[in-house]
Design a protein around this ligand. Sequence first.
Ligand SMILES: Nc1ncnc2c1ncn2[C@@H]1O[C@H](COP(=O)(O)OP(=O)(O)OP(=O)(O)O)[C@@H](O)[C@H]1O
Ligand SMILES: [Mg+2]
Length: 371
Amino acid sequence: MSTARAEMFETAAPPAGSAVALAMRDISHRYGDTTALEGVDLEVRAGEVVCLLGPSGCGKSTLLRIAAGLEVLQQGEVQLAGETVAQPGGRQVPPEGRNLGLMFQDAALFPHLTVLENVTFGLTRMPSAARRARALELLERLGLAAHATSYPHVLSGGQQQRVALARAVAPAPALMLLDEPFSALDTRLREQTRDDTLHLLKACGAGTLMVTHDPEEAMFMADRIALMRDGRILQVGTPTELYCHPSDPFVVRFFGEVNEVTGVVVSGEVRTAFGVVPAPGYPDGTALDVLIRPEAVNVRPVGDPGRHERSHVIMSRLLGRSSLLHLCVHTAEGEEIHGHSRMPGVFLPAERQPVTLELDPSQVFLYPRSG
Ligand SMILES: Nc1ncnc2c1ncn2[C@@H]1O[C@H](COP(=O)(O)OP(=O)(O)OP(=O)(O)O)[C@@H](O)[C@H]1O
Ligand SMILES: [Mg+2]
């Protein structure tokens, strides 16, 4: 981003201690026999971006739609800025009465209105000169000023999503609700659009709840992530808390493929084919599942290629910022298991290269053995 544009994105103060924009308490929801949500609690503070992350069908959109008032609340309570807007069998403030900005996967612009008219559409309470100025300011911020008089069909998908974003934030809502807003865009456009979106959301100071199934996108956007599975929130916290202190094996696996082995605690540590892992807090004899992120496996070439008695490289692939190594890992019992290592930069040892492995324990996670 150029300096000139960066200045326009001066961010609002951080949300520490700020007001609660959205509070959802004990939300459960069923569609016929399907339980979509079960006892969900979630808060979004003013100025904070919270991402709902989880696999398909886990209830993300249902929770967002309940917050929006697009789904009738069946159990629990929804508050916006401290005011109850939905109670089962009671008050149900409709979406247009909730001071929200909405954005979905499809920009859903009005095709017969220009870009400028699309953005001014929701600004009914302003004088027309002020509406126009507000809309142009937002379009300028999003690099779309030159398209103000264009019709939506001439814009690219990314430009249309920016217009949808400008339209949603124009009335300065207290809460923004976004459901997979970038998923229809290709990789490059998605990265640019979400960067612009993040800075605009932070500049306008609304609380944001955004749905995504992409963990990297959640980490990029979120101050906090709520990871969902089967209608429940499994863990909520900062991206660092979820990535570095996952509360459950599901959380570990959701952020990427891992090497999985088992082991038993001996003298406060677990010996695995990938290396030794300290196991503080687990008594000797405890059976553990050991989840090892590929980036925890540090590979060092040793000796001559072709010697098979050691762990060795099967294949090396450059992925860009890192290299992925497929390994044949030798266990102490003489078995061979398949493993992955992710090494920074260009690191491409030859096929059959013998290696030693060393573990970074900060990206290895221990859980009492399941089953
Ligand atoms: N209108 C509906 N009628 C019946 N079942 C529904 C309806 N909407 C959602 N469901 C079901 O409720 C569950 C949660 O759906 P939801 O759309 O909230 O999931 P999601 O996490 O947003 O999934 P995705 O990532 O695929 O969008 C799923 O089992 C889904 O099939
Ligand atoms: Mg969804």
